[in-house]
Design a binder for this molecule. Structure first.
Ligand SMILES: NC(=O)C1=CN([C@@H]2O[C@H](COP(=O)(O)OP(=O)(O)OC[C@H]3O[C@@H](n4cnc5c(N)ncnc54)[C@H](OP(=O)(O)O)[C@@H]3O)[C@@H](O)[C@H]2O)C=CC1
Ligand SMILES: O=C1OC[C@@H](O)[C@H](O)[C@H]1O
Length: 399
């Protein structure tokens, strides 16, 4: 057996998700049956200073040779970095990713990809021009569970799919946990709000069941009707979004989808799945259900009209510490012994680098841009625009 190909990662920003991702990245890939690749972290950068980056590298268990940078600009020049994981708030993704691409670095960029579709398009154009890999880090798409659900749909088991409902409610109390309005979830300067933070997962389920499952030539953009509720304390970010999408299909087979998201109510208020599925894909021969939370589901139920009900559990492989979660509110959902599951997206990026692919078929550039277009339209219908300096496609802009 040949030695695994080593992918050298650089981590841009040292916040909550950077820590979770990095810990997952360094778990032994063999624990999930992956033998052809291996991830290492060779550098990290913090805009808060080099000491912060040094501490981060230590905390996540990177090798002592990994380099710590106190500036993103210096970091992207590091010749040892194959790919950068961009983990700043939404507001910064465009500037930070453009910085990486201009410096010739491949990039895996946290969700939501950018603030708007124009920025997303510019990034994909730059990646094309520079012949670089670029992917939006919607980790859920790369889970074995998501592969299974897409396969159920493409196999025709459900018949003609007619309706998808998907909900991602976070069950947080923003007045209590984000009282000063500065948290990235509600802060307009960081492009906060339910839609970009959490609505992206409801849309992910709608898109990966109704759009990704079609051959590219048959994919068509949906129409969008929506309503947003503005989070009053910060005034320029949403706390609740409701979206009705209609995907055009030939022969009167248009498919409807309802995607909902909220910071306040929870898809699984008791945290024990008692509220039932958070996504239902309804076909004329049956349905598949995905249980919450939609960003990290671990249970599916297949109900066919002429077959038995099939429940499946999808625990994440480990060995994780079972500790905590990364949204800063301490609501840990990672069971003891499991990894978080962020390694699947890292593996997908690594395979692409090894194979020379510039994008992933599981979330193409075109689809990321289209989803941003849908969220643009939802914000337009809801009268929500962020400050100009984070909506702009100008580069570089100091934020
Ligand atoms: N995939 C998932 O499940 C999750 C994804 N996310 C996504 O990850 C991204 C980051 O979220 P998260 O890690 O929770 O955020 P944090 O606030 O914990 O971290 C963001 C980091 O970005 C850097 N940063 C640079 N400029 C700013 C600024 N002006 N304000 C705040 N931070 C800044 C800081 O790192 P430094 O000082 O080192 O430069 C900071 O620690 C978002 O896109 C979010 O949607 C978040 C949670 C879960
Ligand atoms: O991406 C995310 O997924 C998990 C949530 O808890 C988090 O707030 C969000 O940013």
């Amino acid at each position: 057996m040949s030695a695994p190909k080593v992918i050298r990662w650089g981590i841009l920003a040292t916040g909550g998700i950077a820590q979770t991702f990095s810990r997952d990245l360094l778990l032994d890939p063999k624990t999930r049956g992956v033998t052809s690749i291996k991830h290492i972290i060779v550098a990290a950068a913090s805009s808060s200073g080099q000491a912060r980056a040094t501490q981060f590298l230590k905390d996540v268990g990177a090798a002592s040779t990994a380099k710590a940078y106190g500036s993103y600009e210096e970091f992207v020049k590091d010749p040892n970095v194959d790919i950068v994981y961009v983990s700043t708030p939404h507001s910064h993704h465009y500037q930070n990713t453009m910085l990486c691409l201009e410096a010739g670095k491949n990039a895996l960029v946290e969700k939501a990809f950018t603030v708007n579709a124009a920025q997303a398009k510019k990034l994909t154009e730059k990646a094309k021009e520079k012949n670089l890999f670029l992917m939006e880090a919607v980790w859920t798409r790369y889970f074995p569970l998501s592969h299974y659900v897409r396969d159920v749909i493409t196999s025709g088991k459900l018949g003609n799919v007619q309706l998808v409902t998907a909900d991602n409610g976070l069950c947080l109390d923003p007045e209590e946990t984000m009282a000063d309005g500065k948290h990235r979830m509600v802060n307009p300067d960081l492009a906060g709000g339910a839609l970009l933070d959490s609505g992206i997962y409801a849309l992910t389920w709608v898109f990966q069941t109704l759009y990704t499952t079609l051959p590219p030539a048959q994919r068509k953009a949906p129409s969008v009707s929506s309503a947003l509720k503005i989070y009053k304390p910060t005034g320029q970010a949403d706390e609740l979004a409701t979206m009705l999408l209609v995907f055009p299909r030939a022969e009167n087979k248009d498919v409807h989808a309802v995607a909902t998201t909220s910071i306040r109510y929870g898809s699984d208020p008791l945290g024990d799945l008692s509220a039932g599925p958070a996504c239902r894909v309804h076909g004329d021969k049956g349905e598949i259900q995905i249980f919450p939370p939609l960003y990290r589901p671990t249970k599916t139920r297949l109900i066919l009209r002429d077959g038995p009900i099939e429940d499946r559990e999808w625990p994440q492989p480990g060995p994780g510490k079972g500790s905590g979660w990364f949204n800063g509110f301490g609501d840990g959902i990672q069971p003891e012994g499991e990894g978080q599951g962020m390694f699947w997206e890292a593996d997908e990026a690594a395979y692409a680098l090894v194979e020379g692919r510039k994008e992933s078929p599981l979330l193409t550039w075109e689809e990321s841009v289209l989803i941003m277009e849908v969220m643009d339209e939802v914000r337009k219908q809801g009268g929500l625009r962020f400050p100009e300096k984070i909506e702009t496609t100008d580069f570089p802009v100091a934020l």
